[in-house]
Design a protein around this ligand. Sequence first.
Ligand code: SR1
Ligand code: MG
Length: 409
Amino acid sequence: MTRFDTYFLMKPNDVAEYAKTQLDVFAPDADLEGAEIGDGNINFIFRVRDRKTGQSVIVKQAGPTARISDAFVLSTDRARIEAEILMLEARLAPGLVPVVYKYDAVMSCCVMEDLSDHEIMRAALLKHQVFPRFAEDITTFMVNTLLLTTDVVLDHQEKKRLSGRYINPELCEITEDLVYTEPFNDYKGRNDVFGPNQAWVEANLYGDAALRLEAAKLKFDFLTNGQALIHGDLHTGSIFITPESTKVIDPEFAFYGPMGYDVGNVIANLIFAWANGDATLPAGAERDAYLGWIENTIVAVVDLFNQKFLAAWAANARDVFTREPGFDRWYLDTVLRDTAGVCGLELCRRTVGLAHVKDLTSITDAAARVRAERICLTAAKDYIKQRESYRTGADFLAGMKRAIAAHST
Ligand code: SR1
Ligand code: MG
């Protein structure tokens, strides 16, 4: 018997002892120290390090509620989902996720590779760094983890079994509320709108009945379209990066949902990075290079996703109907429509909802933040309402440019 035979929420010292007694990763004479390093919304993240060798691992533990608020009561089973999904993603997209060393069902924790030679992408983007490999890596990750878990490729019985294994009702409910509902009506009173934009948001989001109707349609798609085993929270805070390497983390929101949820999140969070650079970088070469890289990356993410998706379809599709001429293109167009819609939803919810992004909140000049937020929200409305018309990288960039033009003097 050990004290880790019964679940409790660990502190840094507990995690060091846990690593010493429950893992076979460190040498017997290792001198371990634990530290809480995460500031995420949902779970507790610790690094355990051997003072003698510098060797380290990450221990991520799920508590009975979300780390940011006890109002979100969540099953600790999300630790199992995260560990299993990371292992599945490692097979589908090798090299693009951290290595999982152990999942502990009693302590509801997952032990994984320490990626501290990487940086969280949002933090790096706030320093206006560029990552030339990103579009290649993230589109490989998305096409492989998404298309290869659909009915297009998987045996349909196997897909249904996976769907049952990753139902994830509580975390889906967070998304249903925070992404799909509250940004458009604040019906729970939890939105957090930047003061100088309050009246604009009331008029242009809550007051736009056509927008609310489209958000409602997208919400019911999220609730019912069990298309692929999606990551479910694929923003730039869920990506560790260096110029040579991309690692996707944090798939605790994974479930069978619409593929466009992941692709739309990636594009929206690149737009937030653009909005931050636009608001904070002075005129000059650094600004032009950074904003130009983001714009090219948005285009490349959509176009590489399209190319790789069709190539992966040709190589892997197995249902007899997937060979009907034109079905692949029709299917991809539905994914792109959903991508545009979700891109718009993510832009709205991170601007006016409960969970913000530093890209916007760190803009200290009030007028610049007002403009940045309105660019994001104006683009969002077009992505949501006109989502059928978004097909290519150029389409997505043009939507963003129209919003910029609408808020330029
Ligand atoms: C209560 S959780 C708020 C947000 O944090 C997570 O990272 C998800 O994006 C969620 O919507
Ligand atoms: Mg996360």
